[in-house]
Design a protein around this ligand. Structure first.
Ligand code: C5P
Length: 396
């Protein structure tokens, strides 16, 4: 495996059962050619031994702020200064709390505070520890400080409970770190992404929406941020956290999404419309709850603006990318849609194969034809899409 030749990565381990997965992660980094340095907290050493990590990384492992091997007692500066990325995996609730507060009472937290390179953390903890307000506050704080929060995932946990808090798999963390270290394909570009469903109110408590989870749009926003772009995500209602390195604007209706996009599009180089925007809104939505009656209830719908088509028709449009979710005749509908909206690139998928799922398959349509991206996790597809966009921008 190649991919990170000589890239200087510091892998930090904190105390948690997921630490055993960090051994596999270290192996992936080393096989990819990375120059890996491992630092472990005292608690991490109770789950895996420094000897294991030393054998896998082929380098001395550091655990102690006062380690005599580091000259002049300046280890907290030296060990992270030549690094291009620090990845803490697993990152315990306690460690994230320390990062949020700026505490530096052991080697790893001190290195994080004294770093000059990007920092990514992969939270790993029990579902209740993850969802409790202090942890959520701390995660929000570190995100605001520019730390990349990778995951966590949801599923069965070592403690026997089920829910959010599982550390992402080593392969997912390896791919995310590699993307961060890769060439900054969109450096200096401003990217605007729409994501998620819209919600069109019927009255104060009801409305018309769709089953879009927002996962594809959020993955596209993350991939663009990993590629060095300045990313704004205009998002309908989802339960997803804003991806690291993006700024999110929350909206409910298509009209609000339209307004927020048009307000920003002048300062945008690339517009990627992934949102599942409602085609219609309810005329005369009631400002009180509609009461049950005995007869039929008729609802009048009026068309919403087509945000993507409107942006593409601007005198100086950004590079526009559309998404199409169809249930059949993918090629025919996608080709027509690309032409009708006047956009250079359209990513098409089958609605029944993407809505709510973590993976997808995409076909890209552009002037040079059709490009198939085989089924893969949405973040993997999003990275390929961003590579394709960067290639098209470079060729313009
Ligand atoms: O026409 P259709 O809804 O199938 O087109 C899908 C593409 O257009 C997506 O990129 C979607 O985000 C965008 N779109 C939009 N505004 C709308 C409808 C769709 O930006 N009102």
């Amino acid at each position: 495996m190649t991919g990170n030749p000589n890239r200087r990565i510091l892998l930090g381990l904190t105390g948690g059962i997921a630490a055993y997965k960090a051994a596999e992660l270290a192996r992936l980094f080393v096989k990819s050619g990375a120059d890996l340095r491992v630092v472990m907290t005292e608690a991490a050493c109770r789950f895996v031994t420094p000897a294991t990590m030393q054998a896998l990384s082929g380098k001395p492992v550091y655990t102690d702020l006062w380690d005599a091997r580091v000259s002049d007692g300046m280890g907290h500066i030296e060990l992270s200064r030549d690094r291009e990325l620090i990845l803490v995996a697993p990152a315990s609730a306690d460690f994230i709390a320390k990062l949020a507060a700026g505490l530096a009472d052991d080697l790893l937290s001190t290195l994080c505070l004294a770093r000059r390179c990007p920092l990514a953390v992969a939270p790993a903890m029990n579902v209740e520890m993850w969802s409790c307000p202090p942890t959520q506050r701390n995660v929000q704080r570190v995100r605001e400080d520019g730390v990349w929060v990778l995951g966590p995932g949801s599923g069965e946990q070592a403690c026997g409970e089920t829910g959010w808090g599982r550390m992402l798999e080593p392969r997912e963390l390896f791919d995310a770190a590699s993307a961060m270290l890769g060439p900054a394909l969109l450096a200096g570009r401003r990217v605007l992404v729409t994501a998620g469903p819209t919600f069109e109110p019927l009255d104060t408590v009801r409305g018309i929406t769709n089953l879009s989870s927002g996962k594809m749009g959020y993955a596209v926003a993350q991939a663009a941020a990993e590629a060095g772009a300045e990313v704004t995500l205009v998002s309908g209602r989802t339960s997803l956290p804003a991806p690291a390195g993006t700024s999110r604007v929350d909206v409910l209706t298509a009209a609000q999404m339209h307004r927020e996009v048009m307000a920003r599009v002048g300062a945008t180089d690339v517009f990627i419309a992934v949102a599942a925007v409602a085609d219609y809104h309810v005329v005369g939505a009631k400002s009180h709850k509609i009461k049950r009656g005995s007869g039929n209830l008729t609802i009048e719908l009026a068309p919403n603006p087509d945000i993507l088509a409107e942006v593409a028709a601007l005198a100086k449009p950004p590079f526009c990318v559309g998404f199409a979710a169809e249930t059949e005749n993918l090629r025919e509908y996608a080709t027509q849609k690309r032409r009708r909206k006047g956009i250079p690139l359209l990513a098409a998928n089958l609605a029944q194969e993407t809505f709510g799922r973590d993976d997808n398959a995409l076909t890209l349509f552009d002037d040079s034809g059709e490009h198939r991206l085989e089924r893969a996790p949405k973040i993997v597809l999003a990275r390929r899409l961003i590579e394709h966009v960067a290639g098209m921008l470079a060729g313009r």
